[in-house]
Design a protein around this ligand. Sequence first.
Ligand code: TEU
Ligand code: CA
Length: 635
Amino acid sequence: MTRHAVRTLGDVYDHPVGRDVLDKIALQIGVSPSFIVNPLTRRIPLTVLDRVAGRAAPGLVEALTDLLEMNPDRLDDADTHTEGQSEPPWWQGAVFYQIYPRSFADSNGDGIGDLRGIISKLDYLQTLGVDCLWLSPIFDSPNDDMGYDVRDYRAVMDLMGSMEDLDELIEQVHARDMRIILDLVVNHSSAEHEWFQEALRDPDGDKAAYYFLREGSPDAPPNNWVSFFSGSAWRWFDDIKRWGMHLFAPSQMDLNWDNPAVRREVADIVQFWLARGIDGFRMDVINYISKTAGLPNGVPAVGELVGFTGIERYFIGPHLHEYLRELRSAGFTRPDGSHALMVGETPGIGIEVGRLLTNRQRREMDLIFNFDVLEPPGKIRWDDYRYPPAYFLDFYLRYLRRLGPDDQMAIFAENHDNPRIVSKITLDPRWRGAAAKLIATISLTLPGTPFIFQGQELGAVNQDFTSLDQLRDVESLNYFRELIDGGATRDEAWDRILAGSRDHARVPMRWTDEGGFTTGQPWITGTDMEAGWSAAEQLDDEHSVLNFYRYLISVRQYFAHDDFTLLTRSGHYAAWTRGHYLVEVNLSERTIRRPLSVSRMPGRTVMTSLGSTVRSERPRPDELPPYGVLIRLLD
Ligand code: TEU
Ligand code: CA
């Protein structure tokens, strides 16, 4: 790998990591990247920048230079070896559906969703038309972080059911010509995992080397890194006089991927599940697995900028690409030489590094989630603001322009870690369906691989939680306490939790108007019981969000993967074609005129989302109502 010296601002921008960092900074301060990097500024030496920025943000420029020099990979270095120009992989045109099993369907009345509950809903999923299911964690876990803290990677969580139930689920999914991937959480294990228990029994033994255990004194953690779930990223274990690293909850102990034994264990776990018929994995925070040698302190200025001190020391670590390539060949390769799907959850990763991680020539992963789409510039999940749908469209249009022939892009608006996109866009119940259909249209008609989160196809909204005891998520509960400890009033703290809590997405699916999730007491209660929004009611309503999703998923079969033409994007309006289908959207909450250049193109209307279904309220033919969608089949 050729190493590229990083001396000027131009060198930074020519570096994939540097490009992403500068693009993010430009986005956050609301300027075009060319405002920061242009023929004039490219030549500015970083030493000058360090003197200028040094006072306000000491160490920032040095941290950036370190990060770039720690990551020498470039796309143009991609070796010419290909995995064979076989036909496109099965997942390229697939529609993925994320199930949060705990809240999907409960088959035994204990109030917790389970595998047999999922089996009972496979006909619904087949009717919806999705191709591949992604199940959030179902392995044995104490559930401190709802399964994202694994105690045994080869056992099904009792609450979810048995290995026989899982075998039957896999068989029934495949019988319907669908596929199934699981969620693999191997940046960390539960502190209750046998590996960690053995480490506690023998802090100098080989299992202790599976983790980041450091000797020290209880009043001084090894570095200043913070956890994503509040507080320090280190937990003191007095019995063994050692600190243990946990980037997430104190019971989620980071695994030391620099240890080849850990990498072998993960490859074996993947092979174990591939042998049982699993089609791949979504890899939890997989870009965090390689930590900078010596675990150096994070630069405080970076911590202030990003919100998590230390993140620059591990969000793209020195061996990330090497470990992923090794895992792909040792774990994700089947005996017949085919590869199982590897989808990376990669918080903080931008477009260029995303390309490094998923470019087909590099044989690392297949798809990644780029989370920059979830919050527009200057906003974070905890801010109470309205999300502009134009940002969602423009983010993916910009992403598409950056992709090469060997790149691919995942498109998503929701998951189990984020509030509902409809409620981020509008709180006006009049536009709930229209906003949901607008996001569906962008997600399902732009080139890319769409991921739908359970309930998104129903136009699910946030919950009007009224008190902390209705919440279950460790992140929300810790953050509330952190805010109070930081001097916020209970109302101020509650407003932030209500805006960003992951529990909005984790309340039970609404199968029937009175619920239908369980015959018992659900482990978490939802508050949205608005009539007409359950799956059963929507299946019978031709204008429902659900049937809109079904229609869009069904027409995707007529789209050639890379056949996409953006006809126009101006103001609140955009129009594009996929094959003979012409899509027009109104990205605003106002009625807008359709440009003649598009409206006069000959064709017949095949699908609309024109707000009200009351004829008198219908817009004029040359208009689009708030969040309106018009899809025509061109002559
Ligand atoms: O999420 C990691 C992640 O990016 C989010 O948790 C984010 O860091 C956090 O919400 C702050 O914005 C994955 C899983 O999706 C999440 O459910 C787990 O809690 C987490 O990893 C730890 O395994
Ligand atoms: Ca159950």
